[in-house]
Design a protein around this ligand. Structure first.
Ligand code: SF4
Ligand code: SF4
Length: 152
């Protein structure tokens, strides 16, 4: 029986044989922000700075600048102002649906439970071209499967 992902991620036998691993693309991996910052709401194009709202989430969702979700899209936050670009985007996402979190100190492959220490290899994703190889990632890259590594 295939073990659950959570069980792959514990102990020293986390690396599964290549063909079963999903690719980085399937995990929706994003390269690091070009300016080297952590991926956070404050550098996401869906964030509205004036009232700290996410334009893809319901208006009652609290979205602090150091939050993050799987839909992060690097870009300048929207400065704000009613009527310029309002809430109520076509796809309103509940925070739990997109893995919204507020990881202390930022989140990326370098402090992900599925990443090799130092954040240069992902132990649950295979290379897009070579299914037998662990994917090479960047310390501040991030994908939808990011999970906190205690003590990181
Ligand atoms: S919750 Fe996600 S989509 Fe919204 S501003 Fe933050 S990172 Fe961007
Ligand atoms: S190390 Fe973590 S965040 Fe990075 S690609 Fe792998 S699962 Fe995603």
């Amino acid at each position: 029986m295939r073990p659950a992902i959570a069980s792959w991620a514990t102990g020293d036998d986390r690396v599964r044989p290549g063909p079963i691993r999903m690719t980085l693309a399937q995990f929706s991996y994003n390269e690091p922000n070009p300016d080297g910052t952590w991926k956070q709401c404050e550098n996401c194009s869906f964030w509205r700075q004036s009232d700290e709202q996410c334009l893809r989430m319901p208006p009652d969702a609290v979205v602090p600048p150091d939050g993050i979700c799987r839909r992060h899209d690097f870009g300048p936050p929207f400065p704000g102002g009613d009527g310029e670009k309002g809430l109520g985007a076509p796809q309103l996402l509940e925070p739990i649906m997109v893995g919204f979190a507020q990881p202390e100190g930022g989140s990326g492959c370098c402090n992900c439970i599925h990443g090799e220490a130092g954040g240069v290899k992902c132990l649950i994703a295979s290379d897009n071209e070579d299914p037998d190889a662990c994917a090479v990632v960047a310390p501040r890259g991030r994908c939808a499967a990011w999970g906190t590594r205690s003590g990181a």
